[in-house]
Design a protein around this ligand. Sequence first.
Ligand SMILES: Cc1ncc(COP(=O)(O)O)c(C=O)c1O
Length: 404
Amino acid sequence: MPTGTRSRISARVAAVSASATLAVDAKAKKLKAEGADVIGFGAGEPDFPTPEHIVEAAIAACHDPVNHHYTPTAGIAALREAIVAKTARDSGYDINPSQVLVTNGAKQAVYEAFATLVDPGDEVLVPAPYWTTYPEVVALAGGVPVPVPTDEASGFHLTVDALEAAVTPATKVLLFVSPNNPTGAVSSPEEVAAIGHWAAGRGLWVVTDEIYEHLVYGSSVFRSLPVAVPELASRCVVINGVAKTYAMTGWRVGWLIGPPDVVDAATNLQSHATSNVSNVSQRAALAALEGDLDAVAMMRAAFDRRRVTIHAMLNACEGVTCVEPEGAFYAFPSVRGLLGRRVAGRLLSSSADVAELAIEQVQVAVVPGEAFGAPGYLRLSYALGDDAIVEGVTRLGKLFATAD
Ligand SMILES: Cc1ncc(COP(=O)(O)O)c(C=O)c1O
């Protein structure tokens, strides 16, 4: 084919959709910059600043010429060792530094994990509702994301029965995430063990995303999957990072932990893509991991208070039902009670319509469930100030109360 008739964008990349969560956030920020009084429930990031001792470590790192040059792709040795120590401290998982690759945020770790494990045609079980990035990166790797349904009645808990119904001879990997984005579900230690044993019995790989490990509430308990099922360790990749635990979303430091051959292969990939993560950010992450967990305890208490508020307020809204979030910082209410009804002269036929109505009529930004493979729902991050949460859900409540 002559060059002129070839498509400008490769089919592989043309198939990638924009991140709906970042799009909602960008729209809210744009309206805000134009002077609108917007309340943004879109972004999944703590509203707190990064703790001071971490910022100080970064400032010191800027002044040290050792940080002005390339460092090993997989991360500076001290940080990889700190990740080993942190992983033993927080989840009881014993690893060594050769099993750690430091990445530009957990998002790059997710990307590299699937790029490393998946061949064209391999199926990946992705519990739904799912974080919008997972199916995209699986597809980019040539894999086939296979949604595994969870439902509101069970609090969106993943079950072995649902996995069993979705597995095929082409399945290679199970993606597991608890606490969950967008549903806030936290699998119990028994559920984690049952899912892990099932995956081991089936000979599957597991990619387990532990980024919200410290954000669990009430009687919920976080359990690391390879700790619950040690025989999975040789076929398990753990994703984690500092973004959510230390209010460090903008610093872009995450990591993957895996068997050495997987880590070596993923490191080769990263060496041609982005090389080492910014040394200043790595030094900041090191200070975070070497410090205590006081800041996250403070943030968790704030998120817990906001969780109780948003859950009660959402359930009081016309046409809305919301299961109690158990972890992370998201509420995932159903708005199916509003569909087929008219609000502000507009017929609502999808949760995307409800999200559009909310931003247009009352300047409240929420992410429609369509972005997470769950039409009929909205995702609201409650990682914003207490007053903003009350004001935002009050606005939604008043708007929805006018539904015909
Ligand atoms: C489940 C999950 N994994 C990974 C990430 C990515 O985190 P990072 O900011 O470290 O790339 C997010 C961010 O929203 C997330 O919700």
